[in-house]
Design a binder for this molecule. Sequence first.
Ligand code: HEC
Length: 206
Amino acid sequence: MKRLHLCAALASAAVLLAACNGGEEDEMTQNEVFQRMQRQPKFKYYQRNDFFEDGRAMRLPPANTVSRENWESEQIGTGLNPDGTFVETIPFKVDMATLELGRKNFQIVCAACHGLAGDGQSMVAANMALAPPPSFHSEKLKGKPDGYIFQVATHGYGMMPPFGWRLTPKERWAVVAYIRALEYSQSAPIAEAPADIQAKLMQEAQ
Ligand code: HEC
């Protein structure tokens, strides 16, 4: 039965194609109609193409293309230890430049759903009844290893789409670093703030 349905579908598709071409292809067999893309003129790997200045048919990927293979280490690329457990802390030295990169990408990619402060306050959350994007300041997420957050950013989670295609591993780790900074900012003791900020905060609290 299934086979019959398929044949019927192919046959009607062929009729439609023929109709689009004003019936020119009436003489073609079904098989030929469906092989046209395979047989049409095209450039193959390593062929010459004078349309481009460098004469190559194969083009270089656009700048900032994310490579799925070119990792500095397994931990950086996957967020996993060799035994399959999550990497506990970000597997390279985090500095101000990392946090700046993290802030930039967090605000571009994550904040629309998780809120600028990572507290889950956003337009998306306000309009999403089913599993809204959560706050990062919950004990549950604060307690998760860095590799876990990296993993969610890479592959998505439940209703959340993946972003491994959009951010390089370094950019995803930078986002994790920034989320950790946001988490800390929500419960940091005032004594940890620089003196001038402390004075300002004390003044505001009065
Ligand atoms: C399009 C909206 C959207 C964007 C953008 C988004 N998230 Fe999410 N995120 C969600 C939703 C929705 C959930 C909850 C999914 C569920 O529970 O099914 C979630 C959940 C999470 C969780 C919690 C997983 C858990 O164990 O409960 C983490 C961590 C997370 N997101 C990180 C990120 C990071 C990092 C980014 C940016 C790279 C990001 N998200 C971008 C929608 C989004």
